[in-house]
Design a protein around this ligand. Structure first.
Ligand SMILES: [Zn+2]
Length: 370
């Protein structure tokens, strides 16, 4: 079974030392480290391995965009290196692996970066002023999403949250879901904040994409996430601009579960990184062949109760960060939050590994990488 690191530092160490697995066959390979501006001990690390002869195919794998999800991401990187890297052809194939995009979030087991911004809502092409109009119902759900007070005991907060959900229900489940997940650009200390400007992690990635895709004629990009979808099942997410239907992608890649990022199949979001890459490639390089998608390893599950549980811990984790709370709630939140993005169960981890393997087999084969 893939081994998941227990700290950000040990994960970084393992990632850095895995450069050796590239350098014996990729002559032009290196590790690049980008320290965050105000904490030099937190770095975005990148392994770059360029094709030895013709730059034809480029595989980009990114992890830890949502910090805490970088632990499973780290396991998937190791799986790739051990089982698939030997099958790649260094003469015509380049590889870029990023671990993690959000080192602050990974170190402190949170999804957001140090500015409390969800980076997967920050990859925007339009002005942030314009984005203030997004998610018009957000404030009307303030009682549910942003309690704005120190937290009490786990029992009190569980009852209180359920009471808030019951009060929100008349507005409709789909509106609650949409409002809670799509991101917002008005309240800096509110849940699901997408920022008032591009973040340094975002700019780093935009720049990396820009300079690395240029020379290659075919791009395959996969971004690794955990948290949403059915438990014990990886969902491959097609970005909104992707032309194929979920069924077509599933058939082509022989992947069991595929969904499009849209309100019917998943949910709609702004500032999605994969969508950003997709649109950039589409508009600047219409002649390049490419696929960009995300792996989402489901954790809690997709029943209504699990959706409520997932929203509950998301709200409480955010509130704790801004307003604090009792020792007992801190411990409970940490455990519950880790289970949402980094499940401890052996069976879960084994299935995640099996699903990743199946998807890698199908995608690399269909895209001609192995
Ligand atoms: Zn994620």
């Amino acid at each position: 079974m893939i081994d998941l690191p227990s700290t950000y530092e040990s994960s970084r160490e393992r990632f850095r030392s895995s450069l050796a697995s590239f350098s014996d066959r990729w002559l032009d390979s290196r590790l690049e480290s980008f320290p965050l501006s105000d904490s030099s001990d937190l770095t975005i690390d990148v392994i770059v391995a360029n094709a030895n002869k013709q730059k034809e195919k480029l595989f980009i794998m990114t992890t830890g965009l949502h910090g805490i999800e970088g632990y499973v991401g780290s396991g998937i990187i190791q799986l790739f290196i051990e089982e698939y890297l030997p099958k790649f052809n260094p003469d015509n194939t380049g590889i870029i692996i990023v671990h993690p995009i959000n080192p602050h979030g990974m170190k402190y087991h949170q999804r957001v970066n140090k500015n409390s911004i969800d980076l997967n809502r920050n990859f925007n092409n339009v002005s942030f002023e314009e984005l203030k109009k997004v998610n018009p119902h957000y404030e009307s759900f303030g009682f549910l999403l942003n309690p704005n007070r120190p937290l009490k005991s786990p029992l009190f907060e569980k009852i209180k949250f359920l009471w808030n959900v019951v009060n929100a229900l008349p507005k409709g489940i789909s509106l609650i879901r949409e409002t809670a997940l799509m991101g917002q650009y008005r309240i800096y200390n509110g849940m699901q904040f997408g920022g008032f400007e591009l973040q340094e992690e975002t700019k780093f990635m935009m720049n990396l994409y820009e300079k690395s895709v240029k020379d290659y004629s075919q791009i395959l990009a996969l971004d690794i996430h955990t948290g949403y979808g059915p438990r014990y099942q990886m969902t491959l997410l097609n970005p909104p601009s992707h032309k194929e239907t979920a069924e077509e992608t599933a058939r082509r890649f022989k992947v069991k579960q595929v969904a499009g990022v849209n309100p019917e199949e998943f949910y709609s979001i702004n500032g999605d990184m994969t969508e950003y890459l997709y649109q950039m490639l589409n508009s600047k390089y219409p002649n390049k062949k490419f696929y960009a998608g995300a792996f989402e390893f489901g954790t809690y599950g997709d029943s209504l109760w699990q959706a409520i549980r997932s929203l509950r811990i998301t709200v409480l984790e955010h509130t704790l960060r801004w307003f604090g709370g009792s020792e007992s709630i801190k411990n409970w939140i940490q455990k519950e939050y880790d289970e949402l993005f980094l499940p401890s169960e052996k069976k879960w981890r084994e299935k995640a590994e099996a699903d990743a393997r199946q998807a890698f087999d199908g995608i690399f084969d269909a895209e001609g990488f192995i």
